[in-house]
Every structure is written in structure tokens, then in C-alpha cells.
Ligand binder design. Structure first.
Ligand code: GDP
Ligand code: GDP
Length: 440
């Protein structure tokens, strides 16, 4: 899954009708296409389709500037964050109130956001006989579009305008894929702490007051020209509250996010060591074809004299040899130590997972490997490996053509895995080798 849908963010001060717009207008008129099992539609987030255009729409919560309230500050920060991430911004104002000082300040931010803005004048209940929206021309954001979220009037025109702003983008070759990342691991290893650390405390609302979670299901950030999307970060925060069913929930969540991710970050608690359960989760991601990075977290709590990073890594890779190519990082989500290295590593693994080797190079590697050690005979006859080609990426998949494809033993296929990795490291990436029959 590497499709990056255009993001539409809805901003505006409280009480202009954003939630109503979301629930009534979107609920009734837009086809919600989120069909991932287990994901109920979030009040503040929807994947949608209108006139054949797919997009994500996010309600960022209200913005109250100049207030000392921490919640206001957080929500405002999150709206600015949405401006960073959005392709189109829907700025909602209230025709019953007219221009409010906060609208003016928000308009200032948006005029310099470098993003297309659709100015929506809500509560235009008397549509089409209505003129009250014209005063919003003075915000300097173009033509105000009147709608009534209560009745849904005007919303079709509005949606047409929104999708027109990213129409044609779908086949734009410059539109790059997002890197989809899942943070996985047992409960309490520090997954939520890590996500909050990565996004910075101001960027994620972590208030414990029920109903204050204003986040979309996924959170994205820009890093060195890449869009990094962390899958189901809302779930990470939600699971902390559902203490009773944590084990059950986290198992369900893991299965689901692994299927959606390009790269999984397995978080392990250093004070507990790498246990059977951690290895199981890591191997699940690996076997599903995900890229994998292992984070040994809470490294701040480890007595460095008794256990060094090198012995820790050697010890668990001895127990799980299939995870040998997986990079390991020793971090503290609490102090932030080495956390910054994670994103570079994730991007590297993502690139490796998309690496494609040419067929001549693949055959060179095959020939050399066979010359060093040919496969064992099959019923007294030589097994010939004729040629090898990489037929897929994400994950890299090689096909080897042979006269007796079913006769090549497991240990010899492992030997070929090593031969491939000797030439191309495929750091943190599972590779697959398939045997196929070839006549002649
Ligand atoms: P939010 O804080 O921006 O999410 O605003 P809400 O969606 O909670 O709406 C604030 C108030 O405005 C509620 O009482 C809504 O019923 C009302 N409202 C929303 N849309 C309309 C509309 O189109 N017309 C009228 N008359 N009232 C609306
Ligand atoms: P999750 O259930 O995997 O999301 O784990 P949390 O992020 O909720 O963390 C569980 C507990 O471990 C919390 O009390 C955190 O404060 C603590 N914790 C997380 N990371 C670290 C770390 O790097 N060092 C220390 N000492 N504690 C941490």
C-alpha cells in the first residue's frame, strides 16, 4: 500500500460548524471508502470519494489564538500542522456571525500557507437567496462558497471545487509515494512515547480527556523530501486507555497495521530483553514482506557494564537467525537519545525494499553461487539452475528457473539467499526466492 491520497484539511474557529459539516454533509454525500477491517469511521477523519476522485479529509479541531489554555494551544498547533500536510485547505467561517477577529488572524496564516484554500461560508441556510457570504471576500482568500451544513445545501458545488484543486494529480508522475510505517510491539514497550517523540509534543494532542482526540487515524510528517505516514497512530493512543483488553487489542492491531505498512518498527523493552512474544511479532512482519527495523527502547535504564548493545544484538539474532539482516537501534523514547536516527534508517529500508536488480546482474550472482556449490543431484541426475530474474519489488522477489524445481532443498535456497545478500544487502528487507520449472 503506497498510494498517497490528497489530504483535505478543514480548519476554522470553534462553532462555525465543522463537525456538522463532517457528520451531515460528508456522511450523507460522500462515499466513505475506508474498508479496512476493524477501523470504524472516525468522527474527525474520512477517506472519501467524490466524482471519481479519492482523497482523505481531516477535521483539525478549532483554533483559538492568543489563549493560554493548553488545549487551545495544542489544537492550534495541530491546525498549523494540518496546513503543513494538507494539499487543500477548507477554511470555514460563519455567515451568521460575520467576520470574527480570529477569522482574520487565521486568514493571515492561510494566505502564506502556499496551499490552495477554499473559503467556505457556512450557515447560509437561505440558499440560494443569500448574500451574507459576500463580506468574506475581504479576507483575501478568493470567492467565499456558501453552504448550509444543517441542510447540506451547496455541498455538491463545494465538493466539486475541492476535487477540482487536485484533479489531474492522480496521474502526476511527480506525486511521490508515501512511506507507510507501522510501530508495533507488546504493550508498554514505549510505542506511544516514541510516536509522540517523533511528532514533537506540540504536534500530537495527547490529552486524556475523553473526546479530545482530534487526530486522524494516520499521522504524517515530511522528512528529507519524503512523506512518512505512521499508520494508525490514533490506535496507539487509544489502546493506552483500554487497559483491560490491551493484549487482545494489540494483537488485532498488529495484524492489521502490518498489512498496511511498507516498513514496521518493532519496539522492544530493553529492561525485559527480547522475548518470545517480541520475536513472534517481528517474524510476523518479516514473513508478511514488510521492511523491519528493531528499536531496543528504554536503553536509558540499562546498566551499560553488564549489557552492551553488541551482546544484546548478537544474543537475539542467534535465537532468530532469519532476522539477521534487520538493523537494530538502541534508543530512549524518554530522553530522545538516538531517536533521530530512526527516520534515516526507515527511509533506507524503504528504498532497499524497492530496489530492483538487473537480470544480467542476477544471473552473474546465480552462476557464481552454482559454480562454488552446485545443488545436490535429484535421483542421480544433476539439478540445473538455468537463470534468475527479479520479478517483483516490495518485497524483492526472485525467480530461479530449474529443470527440477521441486528438488532444490531448503538449505540450498538458504544458500542462495546468502549469495543474493552478499551482493545486495537489502538491509531490513525480507527477500523471496521462487523456483520455477523450465523445459529444455
Ligand atoms: P465546530 O465547533 O466548528 O465543529 O461547530 P459545530 O459543528 O459544533 O457547530 C456549532 C453550532 O452551529 C451547532 O449548534 C450547529 O448546530 C450549528 N450549525 C452548524 N452548521 C449550521 C448551519 O448550516 N446552519 C445553522 N443555522 N447552524 C449550523
Ligand atoms: P506503549 O504501550 O507501547 O505505547 O508504551 P507507552 O509509550 O505507553 O510507554 C509505557 C511506559 O514506559 C510509560 O510509563 C513510559 O513513560 C515508559 N517509557 C517509554 N519509553 C521509555 C524510555 O525510553 N525510557 C524509560 N525509562 N521509560 C520509557
Amino acid at each position: 500500500m503506497t498510494e498517497r491520497l490528497p489530504v483535505v484539511a478543514v480548519v476554522g474557529r470553534p462553532n462555525v460548524g465543522k463537525s456538522t459539516f463532517f457528520n451531515r454533509v460528508l456522511g450523507a454525500r460522500v462515499a466513505i471508502v475506508d474498508d479496512r477491517p476493524g477501523v470504524t469511521r472516525d468522527r474527525n477523519f474520512a477517506r472519501a470519494e467524490w466524482a471519481g476522485h479519492r482523497f482523505q479529509i481531516v477535521d483539525t479541531g478549532g483554533i483559538v489564538e492568543g489563549s493560554d489554555e493548553p488545549m487551545d494551544r495544542q489544537i492550534r498547533a495541530q491546525a498549523l500542522h494540518a496546513v503543513d500536510e494538507a494539499d487543500v485547505i477548507v477554511f470555514m467561517v460563519d455567515t451568521k456571525v460575520g467576520i470574527h477577529p480570529l477569522d482574520e488572524r487565521l486568514a493571515e496564516v492561510l494566505r502564506t500557507a502556499g496551499r490552495p484554500v477554499v473559503l467556505v461560508a457556512n450557515k447560509a441556510d437561505e440558499l440560494p437567496a443569500v448574500t451574507s457570504h459576500h463580506e468574506f471576500w475581504s479576507l483575501g482568500l478568493g470567492e467565499p462558497v456558501p453552504v448550509s451544513s444543517n441542510s447540506g445545501k451547496g455541498s455538491g458545488d463545494l465538493l466539486d471545487r475541492i476535487v477540482a484543486l487536485f484533479a489531474g494529480r492522480d496521474d502526476d508522475p511527480a506525486a511521490e509515494a508515501a512511506v507507510r510505517i507501522a510501530v508495533i510491539g507488546k504493550p508498554n514497550v514505549g510505542k506511544s512515547s516514541l510516536v509522540n517523540r517523533l511528532f514533537g509534543e506540540d504536534r500530537v494532542v495527547v490529552s486524556d480527556v475523553p473526546g479530545t482526540t482530534r487526530d486522524p487515524v494516520d499521522s504524517s510528517l515530511r522528512y528529507h523530501g519524503h512523506t512518512l505516514t505512521f499508520v494508525d497512530t490514533a490506535g496507539l493512543r487509544r489502546h493506552a486507555r483500554i487497559k483491560d483488553s490491551v493484549e487482545f487489542y494489540s494483537a488485532l492491531r498488529t495484524d492489521r497495521v502490518i498489512r498496511e505498512a511498507d516498513v514496521c518498527v518493532l519496539v522492544v523493552d530493553a529492561t525485559e530483553g527480547m522475548g518470545v512474544q517480541d520475536l513472534k511479532i517481528g517474524e510476523a512482519a518479516w514473513n508478511a514482506g514488510c521492511g523491519l527495523v528493531i528499536l531496543i527502547n528504554k536503553w536509558d535504564l540499562v546498566e551499560k557494564e553488564t549489557q552492551t548493545a553488541a551482546t544484546f544484538e548478537r544474543e537475539f539474532k542467534r535465537r532468530a537467525p532469519s532476522l539477521e539482516p534487520v538493523p537494530v537501534l538502541f534508543v530512549s523514547a524518554l530522553t530522545g537519545q538516538r531517536v533521530h536516527k530512526l527516520l534515516d534508517l526507515v527511509v533506507e529500508v524503504w528504498e532497499q525494499r524497492r530496489h530492483r536488480v538487473s537480470t544480467p546482474e542476477a544471473n552473474e550472482v546465480l552462476e557464481l553461487a552454482v559454480r562454488r556449490q552446485p545443488p545436490p543431484h535429484h535421483r542421480g541426475r544433476p539439478v540445473k539452475l538455468k537463470y534468475m530474474t527479479q520479478m517483483a519489488i516490495e518485497p524483492p522477489t526472485f525467480v530461479v528457473f530449474a529443470n527440477y524445481p521441486d528438488a532444490v532443498p531448503e538449505h540450498y535456497i538458504r544458500y542462495m539467499h546468502h549469495a543474493i545478500r552478499n551482493r545486495w544487502p537489502f538491509t531490513g528487507v525480507p527477500i523471496r526466492i521462487r523456483m520455477r520449472g523450465s523445459s529444455e
